[in-house]
Design a protein around this ligand. Structure first.
Ligand code: RB5
Length: 444
């Protein structure tokens, strides 16, 4: 249980006071947004909006808004993006608002609910979990009403606030969406001549290239590594975090620790995507495998923390793995890991398969978003499919993201063409790769 933000208006202060006392007796932290006197006439909407904004800005806090009927307060709260306020006059509606609507704000009317009936309603509301299941998509649609409004908002923004990269593989791999697989110098040269100043590298081993050789190439082609991707260890060598055999699991973590050491030397991040593997066997076998993934990710975070290396947990679509498929699941998993150096990576290709609403999913991750894979609906270069990628950039801008936007794409028609298409798309939306390189180098 996190905090409860609460407010009333002047006519409903008595009920608010009763709720505050009731919550505090139960050991729940309450933040009272007022008002504190019945004598001063106030507007319910000002107070309800303050509570709603606090709930929307938090991760997991809930709100209670009260006015005479609860109507005005609930309407005002529901104008805030990310808020689902439910007006409940009895235990049944309180139960349903949590179970079916995942309400994060409870609205009550002091002219309808007496202080004596209040505890039953509040208790039911606090103790009822969201049922999920068929209700998830419906709740996502509720949230989309607000996100459509965001997309329509044409307030200009500068796409040059992000650092654009392309994903290459140091050695030849069967993993599809990487360019110049095994032809790294050719790839670096292509990136440089297209204007890119950043590269994401997919590795099988930390020493696919010696550190010196890699550094020389990066210097020669004036590239900075934005992240090291690690899925090849699982794909080619079965060193996956979901493996329950202790020795293989240790070897999988060791492979990642070596890559974390390299990331430290390159001052970059490490991606934990396909390396988690997938659950095998039947449902009863899954918990043990999940526990190994959790343990492995925690070990990597602990190892990376003193080295200052950020780790990025990627949500991946259901056809590639059978757990952590959505943004919400990635956020829940990193909350469970509980490490400050672990963030979420969202890939617009996977999202196109898994999410109801892409901008809403980005907003859900908020400050936990650490990296973005910028890919069109068909896993080709931006501009080759039907995903509204400019709406995604606008959303990233709106949520305050200022990090890397990296194209992890299929080499279609071929590697050179994929680089060229990506550069052309970025140019068409006003990205000036050269000016970005100056900004990035100033920051270093
Ligand atoms: C105040 O008179 C009253 O209108 C307010 O408390 C609330 O019931 C509004 O919906």
């Amino acid at each position: 249980m996190e905090r409860i933000f609460i407010c009333s208006d002047h006519v409903s202060l008595v009920l608010k006071t009763a709720v505050v006392e009731f919550l505090q007796q139960r050991g729940i932290e309450v933040e009272d947004f007022g008002p504190f006197s019945e004598k001063v006439v106030v507007d319910y909407n000002d107070y309800a909006q303050k509570v709603a904004k606090a709930v929307a800005a938090s991760t997991g806090d809930q709100g209670i808004v009260i006015c005479g009927t609860g109507l005005g307060a609930s309407i005002a709260a529901n104008k805030v993006r990310g808020v689902r306020a439910a007006l409940c006059h009895d235990v049944y509606t309180a139960h349903q608002s949590r179970a079916h609507n995942d309400a994060n704000v409870l609205a009550m009317g002091a002219w309808i609910v007496s202080p004596q009936r209040m505890p039953g309603i509040v208790n039911e509301w606090l103790n009822t979990p969201f049922e999920g299941d068929r209700h998830i998509a419906r709740v996502n649609v509720l949230d989309r009403f607000m996100s459509d409004e965001t997309v329509k908002n044409n307030e200009p923004f500068d796409p040059n606030i992000f650092q654009y990269a392309l994903a290459l593989s140091t050695r030849k791999t069967v993993f599809g969406p990487v360019l110049y697989s095994g032809r790294i110098e050719e790839g670096f040269a292509a990136l440089q001549s297209a204007g890119f100043r950043n590269v994401e590298l997919s590795l099988r081993f930390a020493d696919d290239l010696s550190f010196k050789a890699l550094q020389n190439l990066l210097n020669k082609y004036e590239l900075k590594v934005t992240a090291l991707a690690t899925g090849q260890g699982c794909l080619h060598d079965q060193l996956c975090l979901s493996v329950t055999d202790p020795e293989v699991h240790r070897e999988a973590v060791k492979r990642l620790e070596d890559i974390i050491d390299l990331a430290h030397r390159l001052d970059t991040a490490v991606i934990l995507g396909g390396v988690r593997g997938k659950f095998i066997g039947s449902d009863v076998d899954y918990p043990a495998q999940r526990a190994k993934v959790l343990e492995g990710v925690q070990q990597c975070c602990t190892y990376a923390q003193p080295l200052g290396v950020p780790l990025l947990l990627e949500a991946i679509n259901r056809y590639e793995t059978n757990f952590i498929n959505t943004a919400a699941e990635a956020v829940a998993f990193i909350d469970e890991v509980g490490a400050s150096n672990l963030k979420v990576l969202l890939d617009t290709f996977h999202m196109n398969i898994e999410e109801v609403d892409l901008p809403a999913a980005f907003r859900l991750t908020g400050e936990k978003l650490g990296y973005v894979h910028f890919v069109d609906s068909n896993r080709q270069a931006p501009g080759q499919g039907h995903t509204n990628l400019t709406a995604i950039l606008k959303t990233l801008h709106d949520i305050g993201y200022r990090g890397v936007v990296s194209a992890e794409i299929l080499p279609l028609i071929d590697d050179a063409n994929a680089v060229e298409r990506t550069a052309n798309y970025l140019d068409s939306i006003g990205v000036n790769l050269t000016s970005i390189s100056e900004t990035t180098s100033q920051k270093r």
